[in-house]
Structure formats: C-alpha cells, structure tokens
Design a protein. Structure first.
Length: 74
C-alpha cells in the first residue's frame, strides 16, 4: 500500500495539516489573561514555523487524507 507522495493532492493535504499545526502551536503558547503587547510574537512565530516544518516532514510517512493509488480509498 504505497501512497502518492509529492503529488498535488499530497501537497495540498500536507499544507493544510501544517497550517493547522502551526495555528494550534501558536495558540498553545498564549497564556489566558495576556495582553497582546505581552505576547512574545517573534518567539510564537518561530516555534510555530518549526512545528509546521515538522508537520510537513512527518507527512512524508503518509497522510490518511490522500487516497491510496491501488484501492482508491481514502
């Protein structure tokens, strides 16, 4: 069962997953009650970007959103 990796469908699914991961990571770094000027924005952006890169790299192992070319199932 080999998945189609590095196809347009894979890139779209991997990018959506990476963006969601980055958003979740950014939200996890905020503390309830912090004012916007107290948030360390460069740190949040940096950590979120790294999380997005990790997400893309782990997507190479396979994405359930991408159909298997032999079965046509998702």
């Amino acid at each position: 069962m080999k998945q189609n990796v590095f196809t347009a469908e894979w890139f779209k699914a991997a990018l959506i997953r990476a963006i969601k991961t980055m958003a979740q990571t950014a939200l996890s770094l905020f503390t309830v009650g912090m004012a916007a000027e107290e948030i360390p924005w460069p740190y949040v952006a940096s950590v979120s970007l790294v999380a997005g890169i990790y997400s893309l790299l782990t997507s190479v192992a396979g994405l359930p959103e991408v159909s298997d070319d032999s079965s046509g199932l998702k």
